[in-house]
Structure formats: C-alpha cells, structure tokens
Design a protein around this ligand. Structure first.
Ligand code: SF4
Length: 293
C-alpha cells in the first residue's frame, strides 16, 4: 500500500517546546515536575512523561488550591510548569506562590493572542474569542479580557450577547477552522462595524488543515487521523477529512486500526494532531506500508 504522510503530522512547535522544557528539567534531576493539568492532550505521551517524573496536578482553570504533597525542603527541587495552552493571569500568579520554581511553557502563539486581548481590553474593547468556552486555551485568553470577554462559536452566540458597545475585538482560539472563523468574522463586522478582527489561528493549525486538502489532491482514498479523542485539533482534523468526502479512521494508536479493513485501499493518507508523538505515527505508517496493495 502507498502511504502518504502529511508533512505537518505530529507535534506542533508549541507542544514540542513545552515537552522540551519539561524534559530539560528532568534531565537536570529537577523532580518532580508538576504540570497544571495535562501537559498535552495525548494519553500515550502523558503516560511516558509520567514514567519520567512528571506529575499532573490541578485543573488549570479553577481557583482550587493545589496540593503538591511536598515538604518545604522538597519543593526547592520541584518545578511547576504552565503548559502550551497557557493560563489566566490570576492562575499564573497563584502558581508562583507554591514554593516551587515556576516555568511558563505557554506557546508563543498563544502568548501573542493573550497580549493582543490585553492591549485592546485596556483600551476599553470588549473581547470575543471564537472558540470552545471550555477549552483551557480559551479560558486562559479570556483571563486577559478584564472581565469583558465572551467565547462565541456561532451567529446565535453573538445574538445572545449582552450589549457590548462599539468597541469590540475578535480573536480566535489557535486551532479553529479558518473558513468558520471568516464566517463568524463577517457576522461580527455586520453587528459591530468598528470591530477589530484578528485571525489568530496559528500557522501550525493552518498547515495541518492545508495538508488534509493536499492528501486528497495527492490521491489518498482514505485518511488515518492519529491522536487523542479529547484533543480538539485532532477531532477537527477528522472532521475536515470527512468534509472532503474521504473515509476517515480516527485512532489513538495502531492497535485501534482495523488493518484488514484498510486493505481495500491502494493509497492512504496519514495525519496526526499537534499533540501526537512521532512514534505513534511511525508505527501506523509502517503497518500500513506492509499491507498488500
Ligand atoms: Fe501553539 Fe498552534 Fe501548537 Fe497551539 S496548536 S500549541 S498555538 S503551535
């Protein structure tokens, strides 16, 4: 079988950077390394990091107290890391008070979104974030909106908002669909003609979405999407494949893929979410390549 692996499959630069930061501490014997919520949305990678000394604590969005379970002496060797999705400014300040070293691994692209929101909020703008209100990235970004932020996904969400005045700023969660952002942006512009619109979907997400189109153009008869079922960007990739009319097989790892079923295809595309480690992609590609055409 011919297998076409999307160039963008696997870790994005934000996830890779966060993992490198954590592993660098581990290499230097700085244990435990605590992360406020899962470092990335991939169970297999989280299991590997746990074995290396990473401990997931907290739920990154609430004001709940974190119990690191360490003596003041042990805390001096521990580290608390903010993951790539980022956190609210309040949560960041709280994490700094825990007595362990604090390290911010927020993705620079998310940092740019947060900075822009803060800038406009301070100028008196209300903030709209195109995204999932329960996603940690959106929760973190809204923390910079000075209490005047709303997560929106549809025109109906916009219609349900309280009066915002004329000064409105729209940004996007970094992993949304580009075309859906443009539809919502047009509706925001219609309702708020003076709105400041910033398409903040990150480059890694755009590349990943573009590569799905490329797989279809290159003759893929079906696409295997590898990544966590709780990973927003992976689920979006699977949706995009289906939108292009291709059979989609969303699996977290090789053993979930029915290889006998895959034999019916001659050419199969493979892509993966931003938090899918390379070894999971490698094993799927290798197994598919061994199948008879
Ligand atoms: Fe950063 Fe984009 Fe990766 Fe999110 S998906 S961590 S914004 S590079």
């Amino acid at each position: 079988m011919k297998v076409i692996r999307a160039e963008s499959a696997g870790f994005c630069r934000g996830v890779e950077r966060a993992i490198n930061i954590v592993r660098d501490y581990l290499r230097r014997g700085r244990v435990p390394v605590f992360t406020d919520g899962p470092l990335i949305h991939n169970r297999q990678m989280m299991a590997a990091l746990k074995a290396e000394g990473v401990r997931e604590v907290g739920d990154y969005c609430s004001r709940s107290e974190l119990d690191l379970g360490l003596s003041p002496e042990e805390r001096k060797n521990a580290v608390v890391v903010v993951r790539a999705h980022g956190v609210t400014p309040e949560r960041r300040e709280y994490l700094k008070t825990l007595g362990a070293e604090f390290r911010d691994a927020t993705c620079p692209d998310v940092g740019v979104i947060a900075g822009r929101v803060r800038l406009f909020a301070r100028k008196g703008f209300a903030t709209l974030v195109f995204g999932d209100p329960n996603h940690p990235e959106v929760i973190g970004i809204l923390g910079y909106a000075e209490g005047r932020g709303h997560a929106v996904r549809t025109a109906a969400d916009l219609a349900a908002l309280p009066p915002l005045g004329e000064k409105v700023c729209l940004v996007s969660q970094s992993t949304m669909f580009v075309d859906e952002f443009e539809v919502l942006a047009a509706e925001v512009k219609r309702r708020y003609p003076e709105a400041q619109i910033f398409n903040t979907i990150c480059g890694a997400t755009r590349a990943r979405q573009h590569d799905v189109v490329r797989l279809a153009e290159q003759g893929a008869e079906a696409v295997v999407v590898i990544g966590g079922r709780h990973s927003a960007n992976t689920v979006k990739l699977a949706t995009l494949v289906e939108r292009h009319g291709l059979p989609c097989y969303h699996v977290e790892m090789l053993r979930e893929l029915d290889l006998a079923q895959m034999r019916r295809y001659r050419v199969v595309g493979v892509t993966a979410g931003a938090s899918t480690p390379g070894f999971l992609i490698d094993e799927v590609c290798a197994a598919l390549e061994k199948l008879d055409a």
